[in-house]
Ligand binder design. Structure first.
Ligand code: FAD
Ligand code: SF4
Length: 416
């Protein structure tokens, strides 16, 4: 495991089990959350039928046992209420608001500049590097230039592409660092179109308690050690189970409380969704529109779609899950293809991809623009493939690694 990943895992706090799977390496984990009895049953059924398929508890950035490093960030234990997207008052799950921003503030060197829309980077032809950034105040629309020695462009994958494409100069008429003409190209994402639901009539005396903010997970099992399907790459599967409950909400006070706390339990439901790797292609790209937004930024045109590989992968997901559900004795199996457009998925990547050859990539091994060494991109824009895992931990590890490198290069006087 790379030092950067280990560093980030300990800092962010990742709960998980050391599963010992080559296709999903173990990390520095806090105690795992638990599988429900139905998920555990499914795990056993899958393990008994397929030697290469594994159902595990998903690893997640929730503090299940706070360490000193988390307390120092002002965070405490996750209460398992699954309200994380509202912003966790306990700092139970990792986010920049709960973790990295307060940590940076503690150094005394952090300046937050809210309401700032980065318009473009300023390239100095004489110096052969970027010297500043043009920023518009979102409220007053006033433009200010800020100067620095090093720039990290991390506006999330597609907006990083937008800012670089919008940073034009005589040296880089098609966008900063874009000598290869590939800026904005080879964009990909995760395919979340497929769901498969079923029912299970076992475990009638058991129910879940609390709201676990994660699920069970099946790491990719297709084309891992050899090409064994008619499509490329593979998919991971998120699996969860729940039991229907109806609650009597008539009455007031004690009666209402009793009704809420003593539900009538119904059937167990099982649901699974695909997280499929889509293949980055030159024909999948983002580019600048002629139309601008209220902050003088061109709109970003996104040109990408599903292809034959995605359709075959989705079909395989439905077939394989149907098979596994059937073998586990699940009934009333229903598949659902949302056909949602790319962009409704949440893991966009690419456009400023890394690589050894400046003719086929934009960034070098340290996430530095080949053609402009004092600019780093360490968000999803740097990715060359999407794999089948949630990607943010990798971005964070790449960021820690690139920052370490940039700081040491700066000390050596190579980036000043
Ligand atoms: C619903 C949802 C669930 C997700 N779940 C997971 C998960 O379980 N695991 C996982 O690994 N990932 C998950 N992701 C993906 C994860 O959120 C992203 O990978 C991660 O936030 C990327 O971090 P970032 O810093 O690159 O971008 P962001 O967190 O998006 O931060 C970019 C920042 O740049 C700002 N910005 C953009 N353009 C400009 C500009 N021109 N000027 C100034 N500021 C600008 C934005 O306002 C934003 O604050 C999920 C995403 C969503 C939407
Ligand atoms: S479930 Fe989510 S919101 Fe609740 S404590 Fe845990 S991290 Fe915070």
């Amino acid at each position: 495991m790379h030092r950067g990943t280990s560093h980030v895992e300990k800092f962010a706090g990742i709960s998980g089990n050391k599963d010992g799977l080559p296709e999903l390496p173990d990390g520095e984990f806090l105690p795992p959350m638990e599988l429900s009895c139905v998920e555990n049953y499914f795990k056993e059924q899958v393990a008994s039928q397929y030697k290469d398929r594994h159902v595990i508890i998903a690893r997640c950035a929730h503090v299940t046992e706070p360490q000193d490093i988390h307390r120092q960030q002002g965070r405490t234990q996750c209460q398992q209420r699954s309200l994380c997207q509202r912003g966790c008052p306990f700092g139970g799950y990792f986010s920049s608001n709960a973790s990295t921003l307060p940590w940076a503030a503690k150094t005394g060197n952090l300046t937050l500049q809210p309401n700032s829309v980065v318009h473009s980077l300023i390239y100095d032809e004489q110096k052969g590097k970027v010297t500043g950034v043009q920023v518009m105040d979102a409220e007053t629309k006033e433009m200010t230039e800020y100067y620095a020695n090093i720039f990290f462009v991390n506006a999330a994958a597609l907006n990083t592409n937008l800012i670089l494409l919008n940073s034009t100069s005589d040296r880089f008429p098609n966008g900063l660092g874009n000598d290869s003409g590939l800026l904005g190209k080879y964009v990909a994402f995760h395919n979340y179109r497929g769901r498969i639901n079923a029912e299970y009539d076992g475990f009638p005396d058991t129910a879940t308690d609390g709201r676990r903010p994660t699920s069970a997970y099946m790491p990719r099992f297709r084309n891992v050690f050899q090409q064994d399907t008619d499509f490329l790459r593979g998919y991971a599967v998120g699996v969860s189970s729940d039991r229907a409950a109806s609650r009597d909400t008539d009455g007031w006070g004690t009666d209402l409380k009793k009704g809420l706390l003593n539900p009538t339990w119904g059937q167990w439901y099982v649901g699974a969704h695909i997280m499929g790797e889509t293949i980055p292609k030159e024909s999948s790209y983002v580019s600048l529109d002629t139309q601008k937004d209220a902050w003088d930024m061109p709109l970003l045109k996104i040109s990408m779609d599903y292809d034959d590989n995605d359709e075959k992968m989705l079909k395989d997901f439905f077939e394989q899950m149907t098979d596994m559900y059937t073998k586990a004795g699940f009934t009333n199996i229903r598949t659902q293809d949302s056909k949602q457009a790319p962009g409704l998925d949440i893991h966009e990547m690419g456009g400023v991809r890394m690589g050894k050859d400046p003719k086929t990539s934009l960034l070098n091994e340290w996430n530095q623009l080949h053609a402009c060494k004092n600019v780093f991109v360490t968000d999803g824009a740097c990715m060359t493939s999407t794999s089948t895992q949630n990607p943010s931990l990798t971005y964070m590890a790449l960021s820690a690694r690139a920052v370490d490198y940039a700081a040491s290069e700066m000390k050596k006087g190579n980036l000043s």
